[in-house]
Structure formats: C-alpha cells, structure tokens
Design a protein around this ligand. Structure first.
Ligand code: MN
Length: 250
C-alpha cells in the first residue's frame, strides 16, 4: 500500500524547510502540500473565522491558503483532499527555529499537527533548532525516518509528536517532556514617523529550567527530542489536588 501524507507548516509554502520535508517524504509516499501562502509563525492554533479564505492550487498536489496552519489542515482534510484519499499522516514543518518548552504553545507548526490529530490523522511537528542554518538535509532525513516509523506503527488516538532536531548529525533520539523556559517579556516602545508610539514584543532569555528529561536538554545534548502531545490541556495533577472543590457550595 502506498502512504498518503499531508504536509503543512507555518513559515509559508516558499520556505526552505517545507520544501526539504516535502522532498524527503516523497520518497516514502504520495505527498499533498497545503500550506500558508505567507509566514504565519506564532499563529498558534488560531482558526480564521472573521473573513473568507482563498485556496490556490500552485502545482500538482500543492495548494496555498491565505490563512493559518490550522486553516490549511482543516481545509486540506475536509475540502481539498477527496475523502477516499484521506492522508495516513500529517507532517508539519520543518520549522525554521525550535519549538521547545512553553514556546510550543505559540507555535503554528505544532498547531498544524494538533489540528490533524484532532481530526483523527496521526501527526508530527518538525522543527530545526536554528534560525540561521538553512541546511535542512539532515533534518529532512530524520523527519523521513520518524514519519516512516509512525506510518508503520501508528500513534495513540489524538496524539501528535513534537519533534525538535538539533543542527548536524544527531546522536540519537530521546522521548522527552515539554520543558519550561526561563525568560521574561520585553516590550519595546518606539515612535512612528507620525509621532505615535508603537510596540514590539520581545523577550530576554535566560536558558531553561533543568529537569533532566526535557526537550531543551535533549537538543542541547545533541539528540532529537520527541515530545508526545495532545489537545487535552487538563492539568491532571491539579485535577486531583482540587477534587475537594466538588463540595463547594456556590
Ligand atoms: Mn515558523
């Protein structure tokens, strides 16, 4: 049987990362690319509902959407790809830059994969941990190997894998937990040419909190980090701790 794979990203269809991913996955299956027509990084899991969306076919089994990664995935699965050709896997990326720790919650790359997982399609999010390194060759090879493993063995229902790949040849793979960054926001204030203030959100980074088994530690030590995730945001520890609140009378 031939595998069918949906490819999306948040850097836009013209980025080097999605092209490398598409080429690598063509070696193991039939690839459909549905990606934002422009950069959508940090779009998170947003769905466009306040304006119409346009789909443009730009090649054989390649489409752009003037929306977010989430828009792309839901349109791909529910509109663009015929039901009889439903993909066996969704791969999002390869993102230019890491999606580690809390940053995964801002990520359009992760959200694209999450949308697919919600729709019942096993999903992978891939990120290369550099904003400058444009060589995706090794990362694409790693992505293809992990994609093949998931196609052959499947994933638990609703699970996606957030995969962060270090630069160069990785030492191996580690299954990790989502870490916590040590950072604080910095709001830059400047003045526009008409004398009005404008703001730019940045942050000051101070590494991350060491827990021994986080995504941050794996990539820093040269390993591919694979964090299993799902859309269920329940804090199960708090769920137990707050159980007695059931008796609150309000
Ligand atoms: Mn991005």
């Amino acid at each position: 049987m031939s595998f069918r794979i949906l490819v999306t990203n948040d850097d836009g269809i013209h980025s080097a990362g999605i092209n490398a991913l598409e080429s690598a996955l063509r070696e193991i299956g039939e690839v459909f690319v549905v990606a934002p027509e422009s950069e959508m990084s940090a779009a998170s899991h947003s769905l466009t509902i306040s304006r119409p969306l346009r789909i443009r076919q730009v090649g054989e089994r390649r489409w752009t959407v003037d929306g977010t990664p989430t828009d792309c995935v839901t349109l791909a699965i529910n509109k663009i790809i015929p039901p009889e050709l439903r993909p066996h896997l969704c791969a999002s990326g390869i993102n230019h830059g890491s999606n580690l720790g809390d940053d995964a919650t801002y990520s359009g790359t992760v959200a694209g994969a999450m949308e697919a997982a919600i729709l019942g399609v096993p999903a992978l999010a891939f990120s290369l941990t550099s904003n400058n390194d444009e060589d995706f060759t090794e990362a694409a090879r790693v992505a293809r190997e992990i994609a093949l493993k998931v196609l052959e063995e499947g994933l638990p229902q609703g699970t996606l894998l957030n995969v962060n790949i270090p630069i160069g040849k990785p030492l191996g793979v580690r299954i990790t937990k989502q870490g916590l960054k040590n950072a604080r926001p910095i709001i830059y204030e400047h003045t526009d040419p008409r004398g009005k203030p404008y703001y730019w959100i940045g942050e000051e980074r101070n590494g991350y909190y060491r827990e021994g088994n986080t995504d941050f530690e794996a990539v820093e030590e040269g390993y591919v980090s694979i964090t299993p995730m799902k859309s269920d945001l329940t804090d199960y520890k708090a769920f137990e701790a707050l159980k007695s609140w059931d008796r609150l009378i309000v």
